[in-house]
Write a protein that binds this ligand. Structure first.
Ligand code: PMP
Length: 397
C-alpha cells in the first residue's frame, strides 16, 4: 500500500511564500535586484568575527560547543538589556534564532485558530507567514504615513457578542517593512495609550531601528508601557543576518510561556554564535560599526530618491523618502499592476517586489517595495532608469 500523508490543517495553511514564487524570475545573472531584503554584505565585520571565533574557541571552547540555557547566554542578555533605551531586566530577555523565531513563538503562545490579530496596512509578509500556521484571522488596521490609525485600531481591537477581542496588534514603528515609514512621536503615544486603555497587547517588531540616517527615531512603544508590549529585536541588520540571532523582551507575565515554546522548538539559540557576538560587541563595537552602515545606506537612499525624481519625471509615480532602514515604497501610475510589471522589468534586468502580497486584506496592485541597500549607487541609477523605461513602455501599450 502506498503511504498516505494526511496533512495537519495547519500544514494546509502553509504556502510557499507568494513573494518567493514571484521573485523566481529575478534569479538570473545580470539582474540588478532592488527586491531582496538583504543587508549590504560590505557591512559584515568579517575580521572581527574571525578574531572573536578564535577567541571563543580558545578561551571557552568546551562551553561554546555544549548545550546551553534556553534563555540565552547571560552576558549577551545583559548586553541587550544595556542596549535598549528603557529599563530592561536581563531576566526578561530571551535570545531567539533570528527575530523571525520571535514571531513564531509569539504566535504559538498567543493565537488559536480563529483568533484575530491586528496588523498594519500593509505589513511584513514574513510575520503573516509566521502567524499563519496557528490559523488566526489577520485583520488590517487602516494606516497612513504615520502608522496605524488609532480610531480604527480601537474599533477593531474590541470584542462583541459574536467575536472575542483581538489577541494582539503587530506593529513596526521604525522604517517599516515594506513601506519604510516611521511612526511619529505623537502617533506612538496615542497608540500606546489607546492599547493600554483597551487592554490590547502589542507585539513591536524593531529590526531596523538602529539604521536611522539623521536622527534617532522616537522611543519604542515598549519603553512607554513595558508590561503591555512584547518587543522583538535582531542582530541581522547591525551585524549579519547569517548569524540568525535575535531577541525578544517580554513582560514577566508572558515570558515563561515564550520560554517554554522556545524550548520545544530548538532547546536554545546556538551558543557558539551567541558567545561570538558577545565577544564582537565588547568594547562597544556597535557604537563605531553601526554609523558606517547608516552612512552607506543613507548615500544609497539619496541615490535612489534622486534617480526616481529624475527618471520618473512626468509620470504619476508617488514614493516616500524613508528616514532610515532599507526600503522605499512607491506607487505606480494608474493602469500599472506591479505583479505584471515585474517580468517586464526583469527583461530589462531590474527586479523589485510587488506590493500586493504585503497586505492582509486586498492589496494595492500599483505599489512596489524597493530596497536601496543591496545594490550600489551606480546599480541603483541603472536600475531605476530601466524601471522607468519599463513603466513608460507598458503605459504606451
Ligand atoms: N521582522 C521584520 C520586519 C523583518 O523585515 C525581518 C527580516 N526580513 C525580520 C523580522 C526577521 O529578521 P531576522 O530573523 O533576521 O532577525
Amino acid at each position: 500500500m502506498t503511504t498516505t500523508w494526511k496533512l495537519a490543517t495547519r500544514a494546509e495553511k502553509m504556502n510557499p511564500s507568494v513573494l518567493r514564487e514571484i521573485l523566481k524570475v529575478t534569479e538570473r545573472p545580470g539582474i540588478i535586484s532592488l527586491a531582496g531584503g538583504l543587508p549590504s554584505p560590505k557591512t559584515f565585520p568579517i575580521q572581527e568575527f574571525a578574531d572573536a571565533c578564535a577567541h571563543v574557541l580558545h578561551t571557552d571552547g568546551q562551553a561554546a560547543l555544549q548545550y546551553a540555557a534556553s534563555e540565552g547566554y547571560g552576558p549577551l542578555r545583559q548586553a541587550v538589556a544595556d542596549m535598549l533605551p528603557w529599563n530592561v531586566d536581563p531576566a526578561q530577555v530571551l535570545i531567539t534564532t533570528g527575530s523571525q523565531q520571535g514571531l513564531d513563538l509569539v504566535a504559538k503562545v498567543l493565537l488559536d485558530p480563529g483568533s484575530r490579530v491586528l496588523v498594519e496596512t500593509p505589513t511584513y509578509l514574513g510575520a503573516l507567514q509566521a502567524f499563519a500556521p496557528m490559523e488566526p484571522v489577520p485583520v488590517s488596521v487602516a494606516s497612513d504615513d504615520d502608522g496605524v490609525i488609532v480610531d480604527d485600531l480601537v474599533a477593531k481591537a474590541a470584542g462583541n457578542a459574536s467575536q472575542e477581542a483581538a489577541r494582539f496588534v503587530y506593529l513596526l514603528p521604525n522604517f517599516q517593512n515594506p513601506t519604510g515609514r516611521t511612526m511619529t512621536e505623537a502617533r506612538r503615544q496615542a497608540v500606546s495609550d489607546a492599547a493600554a486603555k483597551a487592554g490590547l497587547p502589542i507585539v513591536e517588531d524593531n529590526p531596523y531601528g538602529e539604521l536611522w540616517f539623521d536622527e534617532a527615531p522616537p522611543l519604542p512603544l515598549a519603553a512607554r508601557n513595558p508590561d503591555g508590549v512584547i518587543y522583538l529585536g535582531s542582530f541581522s541588520k547591525v551585524l549579519a543576518p547569517g548569524l540568525r540571532l535575535g531577541f525578544l523582551v517580554a513582560p514577566k507575565a508572558i515570558y515563561p510561556k515564550l520560554l517554554q515554546a522556545k524550548q520545544a522548538v530548538d532547546l536554545h539559540t546556538p551558543i557558539f554564535t551567541q558567545r561570538m557576538v558577545s565577544a564582537v560587541m565588547k568594547d562597544n563595537f556597535l557604537a563605531s560599526h553601526v554609523p558606517t552602515i547608516r552612512a552607506l545606506y543613507k548615500r544609497q537612499r539619496d541615490a535612489m530618491v534622486a534617480a526616481l525624481r529624475r527618471e520618473m519625471k512626468g509620470l504619476d509615480v508617488q514614493f516616500n523618502v524613508p528616514v532610515g532602514g532599507m526600503f522605499l515604497w512607491a506607487r505606480m501610475p494608474e493602469g500599472i499592476d506591479t505583479v505584471k510589471l515585474l517580468p517586464r522589468a526583469v527583461e530589462r534586468n531590474v527586479a523589485f517586489v510587488p506590493g500586493a502580497p504585503f497586505y492582509a486584506g486586498p492589496g494595492d496592485s500599483r505599489t512596489m517595495r524597493l530596497s536601496f541597500v543591496t545594490a550600489n549607487v551606480d546599480e541603483i541609477d541603472t536600475a531605476i532608469a530601466a524601471l522607468a523605461a519599463t513603466v513608460r513602455e507598458v503605459l504606451a501599450e
